[in-house]
Design a protein around this ligand. Structure first.
Ligand SMILES: [Zn+2]
Length: 333
């Protein structure tokens, strides 16, 4: 027997859910959970089989729009008093958790919404487009819709990606794990990639006028970045000010301001803004910090050496912000 999967660990629970979404094979999932090829003879077999059945019932499947199957209650396994306790203590059930099964409820509980969201993202990223083509969109959460859009964009299916993302943005946007400002920036960026720059600009301006589930300054920040990307520093200027007024401590705002100075060859001012951005970057989400640090460090060095802004390559810029991964630090069970 190897080392059984500990469903107490959120990331293990997530990968178990992903695996469950990809199979209907209870036995195979049981063996994986137990990390035991001969699981049916192991001491924990009944428990792991029970966990496997539950995971399969709860898995967010593509063909169901990533909604759990009709809640199917899985009956607790009949475990004898002399069987091994599910907690893994090695003691007999009767000498350990018998009568207090709820204290091992972690394994039997449902995934938190955050774990479910992480599983949905991962399942979409791992599914081929033929599978994603069959997803019933009307059932999809905004988060699933956005992740689907990203999957198509990654495969070069830009039209489908834009349609899906627009559908999400036009919807209720009501998903606690949806990073709406990230998706707004991507939508404008993809429009530019599709040669629809004017439409991208109009989209952002409309968003700014009627910001939903996002602050006005956040959209202003996207507008500033949008114009800077187009080499239109003048157009960016007022938006940097709006963003800065809205959130003076946001490191990305200072970075954008630095870019404006940099473009005007005001090396000292640019360097100061970049340094300010660096000093504020501790407030960013962890996964954004390294991205931000890299970006700023490079620009800062150029400003100090009186080198102009980097010129973007025309094709496949590759500078698109890495898609942030969901993490579970904002929710505990
Ligand atoms: Zn126990």
């Amino acid at each position: 027997m190897g080392s059984p999967k500990d469903l107490n660990q959120p990331e293990i629970y997530v990968s178990a859910l992903v695996r469950a979404a990809q199979t209907d094979d209870v036995e195979a999932l049981t063996r994986w959970l137990a990390d035991d090829e001969q699981a049916e003879s192991g001491p924990f077999y009944k428990w792991y089989r029970y966990f496997a059945e539950r995971l399969i019932a709860m898995a967010p499947r593509p063909e169901q729009g990533f909604v759990a199957r009709v809640a199917r209650t899985v009956p607790l396994p009949k475990v004898g008093r002399n069987d091994a306790c599910p907690c893994g203590s090695g003691k007999k059930f009767k000498q350990c958790h018998l009568g207090s099964e709820e204290s091992v409820a972690w394994k039997m509980g449902s995934p938190t919404p955050m774990m479910r969201a992480m599983a949905v993202s991962q399942i979409i990223q791992e599914s081929p487009l033929e599978v994603l083509d069959e997803v019933p969109l009307e059932k999809c959460s905004p988060l699933a819709m956005a992740e689907l859009a990203a999957a198509y964009q990654k495969e070069g299916e830009l039209d489908t990606a834009l349609t899906l993302l627009k559908r999400m943005l036009d919807g209720d946007r009501d998903d606690p794990f949806l990073l709406i400002d990230y998706w707004i920036a991507r939508y404008a960026e993809w429009l530019v990639d599709a040669g629809l720059e004017a439409e991208g600009e109009r989209f952002l301006l409309d968003e700014y006028k009627a910001a939903r589930k996002i602050e006005g300054w956040q959209v202003a920040q996207k507008l500033a970045a949008f114009y800077i990307d187009q080499g239109n520093l003048e157009g960016a200027e007022s938006w940097v000010s709006v963003a800065m007024e809205g959130k003076p401590d946001n490191p990305f705002n200072h970075y954008l301001k630095g870019l404006l100075h940099h473009g005007g060859e005001q090396w000292e001012e640019a360097a100061q803004c970049y340094e300010k951005a660096q000093s504020l970057s501790g407030e960013l989400r962890e996964q954004e910090q390294s991205y931000m640090a890299e970006l700023v460090a490079e620009s800062l060095e150029r400003a100090r050496n009186h080198q102009p802004l980097m010129v973007e390559e025309e094709e496949e810029d590759g500078d698109a912000m890495e898609q942030p991964t969901l993490n579970d630090d904002e929710e505990s069970r």
